[in-house]
Design a protein around this ligand. Sequence first.
Ligand SMILES: [Fe+2]
Ligand SMILES: [Fe+2]
Length: 295
Amino acid sequence: MHGKVSQMPCGPIRLFHLSDIHFGLEDRRAIAWAKECIEGERPDAVAITGDLTMRARSREFKAACEWITALDVPVTVEVGNHDIPYFNLYQRFFAPYRRFRAIESLVESQLDLPNLAIVPLRTTTRAQYQRFPWSNGWVTERALAHCLEAIDAQPEGTRVLVAAHHPLTERRERDNKLLTINGTKTMEALAGRKVMAILSGHIHDPFDLVAQTSAGPLRMVGAGTLSRRIRSTPPSFNEIIIDGDDLRVEARNLEHVATPAMQIPEVPENALPPREPGDPVSPVGTVPSVDPPVN
Ligand SMILES: [Fe+2]
Ligand SMILES: [Fe+2]
């Protein structure tokens, strides 16, 4: 298991895109199955788009790091809003990534696959002066510059995927509510650079949408959750096949629900189950009758 990749045979590339495992509230059956799939099928890489833990507790990180280090394939890990210390404010502000030590080299690491780079984009912040709570995304100027610099450093013709925790949608369609700060500007910059797709988590339902930006279209691929905090779909992960300029997504799940029935039609505010009229619900509609615990 490592964060960088050496030469591999050319041809289609297969990625497993996992998200929101939320150790502490993980779905044990789902993570055992995901691990079995990784071990048995050996994808070219695994991208985990954040929320490894529930409350960033040391014991949750220990379980997450053990699970991830046992994967014998290249892995990149994004930081989710649940992965920043919640109870220990000193650590939250001064050493927010200390608990990732065991997988340090994988966190926000770029993966270089044959003619394809997976470039990280940080969307999680320690605090947001614009609002409270701080669970939604913010692409700071620094985070955006860092990501664009990495994209611009790629050799001509390299295909690029960007991995982030939060979807980049800046405003909720229904009422214009602010979701990811600087999301629109970031999407324009990525679309202008012909990024193949932005991979994200946070929502706990999968999606595969195209955002129209002033710089052209941008594909947005969200992975579901492998935790018990389900929103409107059973636990799942995305299998992504990149074949030339083609990118195909399958939302794999233990219930054998077909991908079109798993994917939500727009980006909601958060991972809470749809309760209000107008909240997007997946066609399979596996909405829990009570909201999942947030301990
Ligand atoms: Fe989450
Ligand atoms: Fe999240």
